[in-house]
Design a protein around this ligand. Structure first.
Ligand code: PGA
Length: 249
């Protein structure tokens, strides 16, 4: 059975003290669902987050990484560096990385390879823009993003891959894909995986939805059969809201 996962992407929010105090608030919440819970603080606070979370089953993950092992890449962070502080999972391909830092599918393929070579798990993000959906190109856009960045992998590599469908028009906008739109796309993604890797592999991959998930809409979105969890931005910055979403399963 594939896992339920709820991951909080903190983006460029929370300094050291705010990271510690949000974790103190997270510790006061109780989990009633079976979801795996993750938080992605900024690089500078990863170690502090591990320290503050001791004893709690929340995985600390990273928001990004470089594909090279080390070298002259000013300002970048490698898989080895992440692993050295305990990080085992990295988010790659977030639409903000694609839009503001020009990350292409080709670059993301290299990052995915580097993460997998380091035995890290990847939460791979992709999704269409509003114009793509309006012109009915959303499925072909998503199919291309997945093919270009992931389809060079062997089926066994998908044990380490989690997919996150995040329609760009729904991220941070308050506008969510309807549960039906999410389900349709997730089913399409699973079908695309099945065509390439077979149904068994396709069924084993967790596909998260991201884009304005809130306590008020999480239950309905998560009730869809191909939605296996969520990548949560804004609502992950409030402990109570985040756990309301975690417990929506
Ligand atoms: P949002 O962000 O929940 O604030 O829309 C989701 C994301 O960017 O992963």
């Amino acid at each position: 059975m594939r896992k339920h996962i709820v991951a909080g992407n903190w983006k460029m929010n929370n300094d050291l003290v705010q990271t510690q105090s949000l974790i103190t608030e997270l510790k006061k919440q109780s989990q009633t669902s079976d979801a795996e819970v993750m938080i992605a603080p900024t690089f500078t606070n990863l170690s502090a987050a591990f320290e503050a979370l001791k004893g709690l089953e929340i995985e600390v993950i990273a928001q990004n990484m470089h594909f090279a092992e080390s070298g002259a890449y000013t300002g970048e962070v490698s898989a080895e560096m992440l692993k050295s502080v305990g990080v085992q999972t990295v988010i790659l391909g977030h639409s903000e990385r694609r839009a503001y830092f020009n990350e292409t599918d080709e670059l993301l393929a290299k990052k995915v390879d580097a993460a997998l070579a380091n035995k890290m798990r990847v939460i791979f993000c992709f999704g269409e823009e509003l114009a793509d959906r309006k012109s009915d190109k959303h499925e072909s856009i998503v199919e291309n993003q997945i093919k270009k960045a992931l389809f060079h992998l062997k089926a066994s590599a998908f044990e380490q891959i989690v997919l996150a469908y995040e329609p760009v028009w729904a991220i941070g906008t308050g506008e969510t894909a309807s549960p039906e739109q999410a389900q349709d796309m997730h089913a399409f993604i699973r079908e695309t995986l099945a065509k390439k890797y077979g149904q068994e592999t396709a069924n084993s991959v967790s596909i998260l939805y991201g884009g304005s998930v809130k306590p008020g809409n999480a239950k309905e979105i998560f009730s869809k059969p191909d939605v296996d969890g969520g990548l949560i931005g804004g609502a992950a910055l409030k402990a109570e809201d985040f756990y309301a979403i975690v417990n929506a399963f």
